[in-house]
Design a protein around this ligand. Sequence first.
Ligand code: ADP
Ligand code: MG
Length: 462
Amino acid sequence: MASRPAILDSRILRVICPLQRRSRHLVNVADQSTVQRPWSHPPASVNIDNDQVARLASRPLHPLTLADLVRHGRPPLTAETLFSSANFTLSLIPVRLAHRIQALRNLPFIVVSNPHISRIYNYYVHSLSTLLPYQERSITNLEDEINFTEVMADLVQTHSNTIPILARGFLECRKYITPADVTAFLDEHLRARIGTRLIAEQHIALHLSSQPHSGKDSRYQPDGCSSCIGVIDTALRPAEIIRHCESFVSEICELKYGVRPTVVINGQQDTTLAHVPTHLEYIITELLKNAFRATIESGKEREPIEITIAASPDPSPSPLEDIQIDPPTPKSESTNTSNSILPESCIPGVTIRIRDRGGGISPETLPNIWAYSFTTFGEDEVMDVSDNGNVDALNAISGAGGDSSSLAGLGYGLPLGRAYAEHFGGGIQVQSLWGWGTDVYLKLRGLGRVRAPSKMASVKEA
Ligand code: ADP
Ligand code: MG
């Protein structure tokens, strides 16, 4: 697997593409994304003012809420709201990048000197350097806002497809850093990366929403999504995302094994919730890959994978303002429902159970499944087994090409999927019935809230 499935890349590309008309630079960015050359961009090393990095890194991370993210998306989108979105984004991202640079510098020198890890380090330095010119001023005119949006698009592009690079770097350095330290670093790093990317993508999406559209709509909306506020879809249907991911995973499965298992969806298929579609796509794709692989490798391809969608009966969702994107969401009991900008139809949460008959997970494997880089993919082939009992995923990265078109191999699907789910207060639990199959429970917390439980009941029955 890769940092993100191809479907996600094409989504970003769709976000970025309309900007091409405004900038030759972005045409190049978009082209690079199409040809998948993550290694070639940006320059290998950039000079940066260390005092400035230290100053930014000493500032605390702003506890971002979803309300912050959607605030600037309230229609109508004016130039003023775009400027305030840009300035808000500008107030967050340099600090976040500086924190990551500092964390990378705090790794043992031999680790950060690894060519793959130092490549990632250089990407962060490059991205911060593109933002430093904006540090002492705010964005108050359209030209600056367009340029800034291009910088955000460059940031998103630069850090796309970097997970195989990180994975390779840490595998090469595993003699010099303990697995626990790697997990701690990666967990923090990848969770921060999710948040930073989201902030940047939200501004890009709002910028695009403000562009006049040549078609019927007076305003351009990314993906033609009428229920979206930037990258957040206020009426996301998990069933639709599942079908979308199923077709993607089926194709790569058929390519590798020549067969594809069937997927049956039941439960509350009409359920909608407010969430980030790209996050759900990532998680579902990874969980489906695991279920497909287990089903086929255990010779049970005739047994359908059963996916059940259940709307959470919890009538007291957190108010939007209380949901912090970074750090992970604390539980809140508040039921304050004033000033909601999300539809009343939004429900507080959805649980999706993915049930396969792929034989389950062995007791020896089970304790390792949440470790980054742990995989049993290709175990039967010629592979090293490292000291801590993990299969050497380096071979798998090479074998699988480290891209999204492979069914498994990087060992990041479960831990990163869980990081995405937990980002908005959800989670993933795995229940293995060894010798029979696996149930994976994906709990998603809706980002919206419900004004009246009676309304919610009617939505659930729909
Ligand atoms: P990868 O798929 O790249 O190996 P993951 O993090 O997605 O990495 O999964 C880690 C390991 O967990 C897999 O290699 C596999 O051994 C086990 N696993 C995950 N899901 C399932 C499942 N549904 N059935 C059996 N084993 C599973
Ligand atoms: Mg996997």
